[in-house]
Design a binder for this molecule. Structure first.
Ligand code: HEM
Length: 206
């Protein structure tokens, strides 16, 4: 690897991320027609409603398992907040000002931690409500109806969070997407976005 680049994600981590992403978008596309009649046209992508439901169930199993694997893999990083994280939170990551703030961030910033945690919570809720919807005759009617409502609500929240994530992980922060594509980033990117992570892992190796 070029001396100016450092490893951010291993191949295993990247494969896991892209399986999660692919299964997530498959769930969105196959679920849209089930979410509202307005989106029935999306069934055509799968050759009809029955096929879309089948694909949805298969993608749900893959997403549930891999999304939780990704969460458990990153859980220590995601579930702890350092003093630097609090200063990021107080300044709202400087997303709302033109100021060029420098935060001494670890591997992930609090926004990324919040996203990862929200996806894990959404995965569990979507999974549990999904079981009730999958086997409606086994459960009381009220449980199935509440599940349908919560499933739809969680879907909308997860999709909104993901839209922001995709933007920030690509055009919003140039140089970031490379971490998930090739597994490495430039030292300049690392020092700018995740200075503490860089110092702790790479400074002495230079
Ligand atoms: C085209 C779609 C997507 C793109 C371009 C994308 C891009 C990225 C990038 C570049 C990173 C690494 C950020 C860094 O190095 O700091 C990342 C991390 C991550 N991605 Fe994605 N992603 C996509 C879809 C998804 C989806 C659908 C999910 C889950 C539903 C997801 C969950 C995560 C999580 C949990 C992390 C690690 C923590 C974080 O950055 O919040 N990604 N993604």
């Amino acid at each position: 690897m070029n001396k100016n680049r450092i490893e951010r994600f291993t191949t295993k981590e990247r494969v896991l991320h892209w399986v999660v992403a692919l299964s997530f978008f498959t769930l969105v596309l196959s679920g849209l027609g089930l979410f509202s009649q307005m989106f029935n046209g999306y069934f055509n992508l799968f050759g009809g409603g029955q096929n879309a439901i089948m694909v949805h169930k298969l993608a749900a199993l893959i997403f549930f398992v891999t999304s939780l694997m990704m969460f458990f893999h990153n859980r220590t990083e995601i579930t702890t907040l350092t003093e630097n994280d609090w200063s990021w939170i107080r300044k709202k990551g400087c997303y709302l000002t033109k100021e060029d703030c420098q935060f001494n961030m670890g591997k992930f910033n609090p926004g990324q931690k919040l996203f990862a945690l929200s996806i894990a919570v959404a995965t569990v809720i979507l999974g549990i409500t999904g079981i009730f919807i999958w086997f409606p005759t086994f459960f009381p009617r009220i449980v199935v109806q509440l599940s349908l409502m919560l499933h739809g609500l969680m879907f909308v929240c997860a999709l909104m969070f993901t839209v922001v994530h995709v933007y920030l992980g690509s055009v919003g922060n140039p140089g970031t997407l490379e971490s998930m594509l090739w597994g490495n980033v430039t030292r300049t990117w690392a020092k700018h976005h995740h200075a503490r992570w860089y110092k702790e892992n790479f400074e002495k190796n230079r």
